[in-house]
Design a protein around this ligand. Structure first.
Ligand SMILES: [Zn+2]
Length: 270
C-alpha cells in the first residue's frame, strides 16, 4: 500500500491545474492507500493551494413521508408502498453536522470544519471551504438543488473524481436538468413544522456510459494508489447535456426494473 503525504497531494493538485480554482471533489479516502493526516489532510491540501473545495453533504435521514397534495406523478416513488418517517428530534439547518454515513470521510471532514458553508437543502446539501465557498453555496435552496454545481460551472471550476467513478458525479444530474429532465421531488420537515418539497437527482449507476465522450476533456493522474480524474465543469455539463438530449437512454443503468431511471428518462415528475 502506498503511503502519501500532503506534499504528494499538493503536487497532484498543482499538476492537474487545480490550484486557485473551485473544485467539487467526489472521493474514496480508502483508494489513496495510507494518507498521512487522513481526510483533514486532503481538505488542508486544497486550501493550501488556494482552492475552494466543494463536496456533496447529503442527509437523507431528514426525508419524511410525502404529504397529500405533494405527490407528483412520474416521481420514482411508490406512494402506495407507505413510507415511515424517521423520528428525529431535530430538523435540518445549514448549521447541523448531520451527514449520511455513506457520504464518506472527506465530506464528513468538511462538514465538521467551523469555517465551512453548507447549503440550505435539507436532503442534498453541498458544503464548501475556501474563498469562494459563500458565492458557490449561497443559492442552494430546496428546489434549487444543483445551484452550487451551476455556480461551479459558471466560474470555470472542476470536478475531481478521486478513486471513484462517473456514477458519483452529481454534475451529471445538472446535465440531466439542462437536457430537460425535472428533478425528483422528496420531502423534509422544516423547523417551523411545515413539510416542504425538495428536489433531488436520481440514479447515476449508468453514467459510466458517458466516459468515452468525456475522455477528450479529462485529465488523469495517479496519487498513491488512487486514480484521480479531473473534468472542467462547464464543458462537462454541456457535453453530457447534449448527449442526454440526443439519446435519453444513455444514462439508463443495468437494472431493468430501476424506477429512478425509467421516470428520469421519461422526463421526471409531472
Ligand atoms: Zn437506475
Amino acid at each position: 500500500m502506498s503511503r502519501i503525504s500532503s506534499v504528494d497531494l499538493r503536487l497532484a493538485i498543482r499538476e492537474l491545474g487545480l490550484s486557485g480554482r473551485a473544485v467539487c471533489a467526489h472521493s474514496s479516502l480508502r483508494s489513496f492507500g495510507d494518507l498521512e493526516g487522513g481526510a483533514d489532510a486532503f481538505v488542508e491540501a486544497f486550501l493550501s493551494e488556494h482552492c475552494t473545495l466543494l463536496v456533496p453533504s447529503f442527509s437523507w435521514s431528514f426525508c419524511v413521508a410525502p404529504p397529500e397534495g405533494m405527490r407528483p406523478l412520474r416521481n420514482a416513488f411508490d406512494y402506495e408502498r407507505g413510507f415511515t418517517s424517521p423520528v428525529r428530534a431535530s430538523t435540518y439547518t445549514p448549521d447541523t453536522d448531520a451527514i449520511d454515513d455513506d457520504m464518506g470521510a472527506i465530506p464528513r471532514a468538511v462538514v465538521r470544519r467551523p469555517d465551512r458553508i453548507r447549503g440550505a437543502h435539507p436532503l442534498c446539501s453541498f458544503a464548501a471551504v475556501g474563498t469562494e465557498a459563500g458565492a458557490i453555496i449561497e443559492r442552494q435552496a430546496p428546489l434549487g438543488v444543483f445551484a452550487p454545481l451551476a455556480a461551479l460551472a459558471d466560474r470555470e471550476g472542476f470536478v475531481l473524481l478521486a478513486g471513484v467513478g462517473l456514477p458519483n458525479m452529481t454534475l451529471i444530474h445538472l446535465a440531466e436538468r439542462r437536457a430537460g429532465r425535472q428533478p425528483f421531488r422528496r420531502w423534509a420537515k422544516m423547523a417551523s413544522g411545515e413539510v416542504i418539497e425538495a428536489a433531488s437527482g436520481g440514479c447515476g449507476a449508468g453514467f459510466d456510459a458517458l466516459e468515452p465522450i468525456l475522455a477528450p476533456i479529462t485529465r488523469e493522474r495517479k496519487v498513491g494508489d488512487s486514480r484521480w480524474r479531473v473534468f472542467p465543469a462547464r464543458e462537462t455539463v454541456e457535453i453530457a447535456a447534449r448527449a442526454i438530449a440526443e439519446n435519453p437512454q444513455v444514462t439508463r443503468c443495468a437494472d431493468p426494473s430501476c424506477l429512478l431511471c425509467a421516470d428520469a428518462i421519461a422526463g421526471g415528475p409531472i
